[in-house]
Ligand binder design. Structure first.
Ligand SMILES: NC(=O)c1ccc[n+]([C@@H]2O[C@H](COP(=O)([O-])OP(=O)(O)OC[C@H]3O[C@@H](n4cnc5c(N)ncnc54)[C@H](O)[C@@H]3O)[C@@H](O)[C@H]2O)c1
Length: 334
């Protein structure tokens, strides 16, 4: 079995490659990534067996065609996307081009390839589209978590581009029978994430003795999923997921941004105390809120838990400790 992973030099994709390689030692992995600013090729050990990296854009039809006919993958996982909400607010067209138009080129090329494959392979083939809970929009404090039946109600250009990709993927299933599965996960954390994102940014700012910026009043709630738990959920979905279906992947770890920042400072105070023993918490400063900032994300993961027996394992306390430790060891390389 050959797997084509796109965006595998980014945060979740690179963690997935490591876990996939560990789980399925002999299966060929092709990693197609355009290597944008968020990628770090050092996240993937160079000498892993049966692994090939190809630099390129998923929207490049000729390149993708060549890859598909040369390596004949049975499974495609699309992690590739522009992912930073703030960047999407500054430049929405880049997100529409990359996450919608390039994605459309990609899925269409994959669909043509799938149509021409042998009957046996055709039945087993899967295309997994990695999506985000941001497509559902924002919840009030006392509202029930989103389920897969909730309507999409996006509030920023990033989530709008990701919701569009889901609609396209779903339409390819309905129209052509192309066996897509959509996974919708909540905020991930763990090793390899770019320092523009919330958790690494807090750690980096603290270590550099800079201001730790928190948008608005810091009361926005997010549900944090350890990246390894997300990758293990994807492996379950590959095995048990049903084409045409969507699966929410959440962690039940809801916490406000301010609580999380304070918690990360406490971990840093223990693991890497300042010379004067003053807490890193003193660096926290509130900044102007992000336009269209969603108040609360929360998803109901009952469907994946029943369908695959998956459940998140990492507790937020231990997961955050592991994450801070990783950044303390690797901050110079990222
Ligand atoms: N990080 C999260 O908390 C989170 C949560 C839910 C869903 N997701 C989704 O998971 C996926 C991966 O997220 P991430 O946090 O690892 O992102 P990331 O920004 O760290 O990595 C994305 C990778 O995709 C590559 N890429 C982007 N566009 C490409 C294109 N057109 N062709 C080839 N490569 C391209 C980039 O070079 C980068 O290496 C994304 O689709 C994102 O929307 C992320």
């Amino acid at each position: 079995m050959t797997i084509l992973i796109t965006g595998g030099a980014g945060f979740i994709g690179s963690n997935f490659i490591k876990i996939w390689r560990h789980t399925f030692k002999n299966r060929k992995i092709i990693n197609l990534d355009k290597l944008n600013y968020a990628s770090n090729i050092k996240n993937i050990p160079i000498k892993i067996k049966n692994y090939e990296f190809i630099k390129g854009n998923i929207g490049n039809v000729n390149l993708v065609k060549n890859i598909l006919y040369k390596y004949e993958p049975d499974l495609i996982i699309n992690f590739a996307a522009e992912t930073h909400v703030d960047k999407s607010i500054l430049n929405p067209k880049i997100f529409a081009q990359n996450n919608i138009m390039d994605f459309l080129n990609f899925i269409e090329t994959c669909k043509y390839y799938w149509e021409k494959t042998h009957k046996d392979k055709k039945e087993k083939f899967r295309f997994i589209q990695i999506s985000t809970d941001e497509i559902y929009g924002s919840l009030k404090q006392n509202e029930k978590p989103f389920t897969e039946k909730s309507i999409y109600k996006t509030n920023n250009p990033y989530s709008a581009s990701k919701a569009s990709a889901n609609h396209i993927a779903q339409s390819f299933f309905q129209t052509y029978g192309f066996p897509i599965i959509i996974t919708i996960s909540t905020n991930n954390y763990g090793p390899h994430q770019h320092t523009e994102k919330f958790i690494p940014k807090i750690i980096k700012s603290a270590l550099n003795n800079n201001i730790i910026p928190i948008y608005g009043d810091g009361q926005q709630i997010r549900d944090w999923l350890f990246v390894k738990d997300h990758c293990n959920a994807l492996i379950k979905i590959i095995k048990y997921g049903i084409p045409g279906e969507s699966y929410n992947i959440g962690a039940n770890n809801e916490i406000t941004n301010l609580e999380l920042a304070l918690f990360l400072c406490e971990i840093l105070d223990k693991l890497y105390p300042r010379k004067n023993y003053e807490s890193y918490k003193t660096n926290i400063k509130f900044t102007n809120d992000r336009p269209g900032h969603d108040t609360r994300y929360s998803i109901d993961s009952t469907k994946i838990q029943i369908a695959t027996q998956w459940k998140p394992i990492e507790k937020i306390e231990s997961g955050m400790q592991k994450t801070v430790n990783w950044y303390l060891k690797n901050m110079r390389n990222i």
